[in-house]
Design a protein around this ligand. Structure first.
Ligand SMILES: [Zn+2]
Length: 272
């Protein structure tokens, strides 16, 4: 059974890696993905490998200090940032890192136009707040900024770097990255006609309540708390309300069909 689960996760990791390449969210050897296989055991993409060339044979396994315990390739240097997320979030099963161009453009320019998601779907899946963390040099400084924020959010923009997202399944971690890039693209296009308008708080509130019921992880469960107190010192507070999440276990099936149904239902109700 365990072998079957592990094989499924390996296949999923390879497919997701190829998706990062297909969408041009990475260049050169950029980007990396990891999955929690068990206590102190993580499956990861190899370093110095284009995401299009990742295959089951070159995947590696590392322990909770980033030391390789299976496979032949070397671990990527940003594995410490992934491990920082896992150490703060027992509910997280997968971490995805890439440089999707619209979101990375915002992260590099210092724009905060997607800091407060303005689409209903994003409030449910990501929450009321997408922080841009200050630039941090690779190594201890990067690990520190991730560690300081991993408990409260499910994705971050890193200034002059790219995007990290995580979730209770690899599918959800990837979908969050996709949603961040989608928001960034729309917000950038909307600049030509005056920029995006925020969702009213009266709409955000019920969406956050839906988020709380959707089985999306710890940050969603605690969103109320974080919405009152911004995590990043220089960032404005997120929407006045909150969000929530519940757990799914490692390797468990994605909750996205259920999530999609909740979002659809909630939006239909709000539009009435
Ligand atoms: Zn990077």
């Amino acid at each position: 059974m365990r072998t079957q689960v592990s094989r499924k996760l390996r296949t999923e990791l390879v497919a997701t890696s190829h998706k990062l390449a297909d969408r041009a969210w990475v260049a050169n050897h950029d980007g990396n993905i990891s999955i929690r296989l068990g206590e102190n055991r993580f499956l990861a993409t190899p370093t110095a490998t284009a995401k299009a060339d990742v295959c089951e044979a070159n995947l590696i396994e590392v322990d909770n200090r980033g030391k390789r315990i299976a496979g032949t390739a070397r671990p990527f240097s940003e594995i410490a940032m992934h491990l920082a997320v896992y150490s703060k979030r027992n509910d997280v099963v997968a971490v995805v890192h890439a440089h999707p161009p619209y979101a990375t453009a915002l992260a590099c320019s210092g724009s905060t136009i997607i800091e407060r998601p303005f689409l209903a779907e994003a409030i449910v899946s990501i929450g009321p707040y997408i922080p841009t963390l200050p630039f941090a040099a690779p190594g201890a400084a990067s690990v520190r900024v991730i560690t300081e924020n991993a408990s409260s959010v499910d994705c971050v923009l890193l200034a002059n770097h790219g995007v990290f997202s995580w979730g209770p399944t690899l599918e959800l971690a990837f979908l969050r990255m996709e949603l961040v890039e989608h928001l960034a693209r729309i917000a950038t296009l909307a600049q030509a006609t005056g920029g995006v308008q925020p969702l009213p708080d009266s709409v955000v509130e019920p969406l956050l309540q839906s988020r709380a019921k959707a089985g999306l992880g710890d940050a969603a469960d605690r969103a109320m708390e974080f919405s009152r107190k911004p995590v990043v010192a220089c960032a404005p507070a997120p929407h006045s309300s909150t969000a929530t999440v519940t757990h799914t276990s490692a390797g468990a099936g994605a909750k996205s069909p259920q999530l999609a149904a909740i979002i659809k239902e909630e939006i239909a109700r709000l539009l009435k």
